[in-house]
Design a protein around this ligand. Structure first.
Ligand code: HEC
Ligand code: HEC
Ligand code: HEC
Ligand code: HEC
Length: 474
């Protein structure tokens, strides 16, 4: 037989030429030695991990299945983990029926680790994991908060830990998500969440009734755990808003809003008669002064997204992006709180001391809250911090927008609101409201009224606000 070499000497030249290119280019520092890696996996990993076949109950396994290892992990984390440079994933050990302590995982060298990851990426891709299931450049902060709510409401917290208020929170039954952003490929998380038993049957896993947008929210929430400086999408800063057209927005209003809010925004559309709470009377509200993000969230994600009634629909799936920008431009150009003056009529000022008491049908805080005393000391510093939140800082809408800069319940956005925002200057009324009641309503809102829940404020911030509010009646 004639060898290729002697017959085609130029091939030999080509071969060594290519070889030196690979050596000199330095692109792949760890030239992937497939055979050595295979051997390593067989000798040092297969005693615990499975690399082929189907997912199996963890009670038949020693370690997590890795058939989808090429789709599940982010490369940098995996290379570091394999060298023993990352925290254990299971707080109570993978097999919590056998042990209660995290394991010390066998570690390999950096070169070997890179070889393993190359091998995973070449042979252990899961074809059911689709790329770019969520476009994170379009993931907003409120979607993250919906994800956090699903994580709680659908028991995810029962078996998985996340960091909340700086502390590990949740049951350490399964993998924790402290570093999920660093550790897991978000597309894999999405695929896993779509049907967990495809991966871990009979392992004490759980199939939640979330699909569609819910799946997007909770997946995004998990995928962003531990992310540093993630920049959330802010739709109100896009070109749609730069190009907003109020006249076109008027048409959107006619087609999608007037059946409840009325043709002129007087809250008297045909549907209004049967609604409780009634549609907001836009004609009396200074929507011109409302922040864009708040209006966007109300219209896109519905009243419930800002602690209001779900009778105000979420139009996110109905309207194209430009329509949101246009209808918000219309709201801001048209509704400037025209009837603000009529609210302050009726001699309210003169009746201040005796007659200022408002009719309250506000829900009473549960006893455990009602008896709480303000735990934050009434120092100048805390009162000033409360003032800042009251005037500007509190999200979704600063308190003064409704309760007024002077605390008299006549803020720019208060017009047409029924019931009226609380008048904090009315001492006979305010003196009868314990600190715990004020605290609870600020935290949870008063449903069916303009008073929304302020879930982003910390407990200490709420207590600072309570101190500041009390100042108006002292
Ligand atoms: C003695 C058993 C054992 C051996 C040997 C072993 N592992 Fe593991 N491995 C585990 C356990 C247990 C876990 C769960 C990690 C935890 O509890 O933090 C794990 C976790 C992992 C993970 C992360 C899995 C996930 O779902 O987050 C990877 C990747 C991994 N091992 C790769 C390897 C590789 C590659 C080798 C061989 C070099 C290897 N392991 C050898 C027991 C083992
Ligand atoms: C009753 C316990 C339980 C509940 C509740 C639960 N899970 Fe899990 N989860 C598991 C188990 C078991 C696994 C498999 C991994 C393992 O063997 O520990 C798992 C794995 C996962 C993984 C893969 C993690 C990894 O690193 O391998 C994700 C993602 C996940 N769950 C998301 C969720 C979401 C989202 C919810 C709520 C909708 C949820 N889980 C609720 C038990 C639970
Ligand atoms: C099915 C009836 C209905 C439709 C249709 C509707 N809304 Fe509403 N809207 C309501 C109700 C009810 C409220 C009051 C919610 C509350 O007070 O809890 C409300 C409140 C509002 C608010 C005030 C939120 C606040 O902070 O008080 C705005 C702004 C608003 N709607 C805008 C719109 C826009 C824009 C459209 C059309 C794209 C629209 N609504 C369509 C029923 C509706
Ligand atoms: C969009 C308008 C609006 C905003 C913004 C708003 N409130 Fe209110 N607030 C109301 C209305 C309306 C009521 C009356 C609710 C009722 O009668 O049940 C109210 C009631 C209250 C009450 C009275 C609770 C009670 O039991 O009587 C407190 C305290 C309060 N708000 C504090 C705040 C604080 C602090 C902020 C800012 C962090 C704030 N509010 C922001 C509209 C608003």
């Amino acid at each position: 037989m004639i060898s290729i070499r002697s017959k085609y000497p130029q091939l030999l030249f080509l071969q060594s030429f290519l070889f030196s290119i690979i050596l000199l280019s330095g692109v792949n520092v760890w030239a992937f030695d497939e055979n050595a890696t295979k051997e390593l996996l067989e000798n040092q990993c297969t005693s615990c991990h499975k690399f082929e076949g189907n997912g199996e109950s963890r009670f038949n396994l020693k370690a997590p299945d890795l058939m989808w290892g090429g789709s599940k992990f982010k490369r940098d984390w995996l290379v570091a983990w394999l060298q023993g440079n990352e925290n254990p994933v299971y707080g109570k050990g993978y097999r919590w029926d056998l042990s209660q302590t995290p394991i010390q995982h066998p570690s390999i060298t950096e070169e070997q680790a890179n070889g393993v990851v190359d091998y995973f990426e070449k042979y252990l891709k899961d074809s059911t994991v689709k790329p770019n299931t969520i476009d994170y450049s379009k993931f907003s902060e409120i979607e993250y908060s919906f994800g956090a709510k699903i994580f709680r409401d659908f028991s995810c917290m029962g078996c998985h830990q996340v960091i909340e208020d700086g502390k590990p929170t949740g049951g350490p039954q399964s993998a924790d998500f402290f570093d999920a952003n660093k550790r897991l490929n978000p597309d894999w998380i999405y695929r896993f969440n779509s049907n967990p038993p495809d991966f871990v049957p009979h392992s004490g896993e759980y199939v939640a009734d979330v699909s569609g947008l819910g799946l997007r929210y909770v997946t995004g929430y998990i995928a962003l755990q531990g992310a540093q400086d993630f920049k959330f999408f802010e739709p109100w800063k896009t070109r749609y808003f730069a190009n907003a057209d109020a006249a076109k927005g008027a048409n959107v209003y006619k087609e999608y809003c007037s059946q409840c809010h009325g043709a002129k925004g007087k809250g008297d559309g045909p549907a209004a008669s049967g609604l409780n709470p009634k549609p907001a009377v836009h004609a009396n509200m200074a929507l011109s002064d409302f922040p864009d993000d708040y209006l966007y969230n109300v219209v896109y994600y519905g009243g419930k997204s800002v602690g209001k009634s779900s009778l105000m629909p979420d139009f996110g799936l109905t309207l194209p992006p430009q329509d949101f920008a246009n209808v918000i431009a219309h709201l801001k150009a048209t509704f400037k709180g025209g009837e603000e003056a009529s609210i302050s009529s009726g001699g309210m000022q003169s009746k201040k001391v005796v007659g200022c008491t408002q009719k309250r049908s506000t829900k009473k805080a549960p006893a455990a809250y009602l008896n709480r005393k303000n735990r934050v000391p009434a120092t100048e510093e805390n009162i000033q911090a409360g003032k800042k939140l009251y005037l500007k800082g509190a999200k979704p809408v600063a308190c003064q927008m409704c309760h007024g800069k002077k605390g008299n319940g006549k803020g720019a956005a208060a017009g047409g609101m029924s019931p009226r925002p609380r008048d904090f200057t009315c001492s006979p009324m305010m003196n009868n409201l314990p600190d715990g009641q004020l605290f609870w309503i600020i935290k949870n809102g008063s449903s069916g009224t303009g008073m929304m829940a302020f879930r982003k404020l910390t407990d200490d911030q709420i207590w600072q606000l309570v101190h500041y509010i009390r100042k108006f009646s002292q």
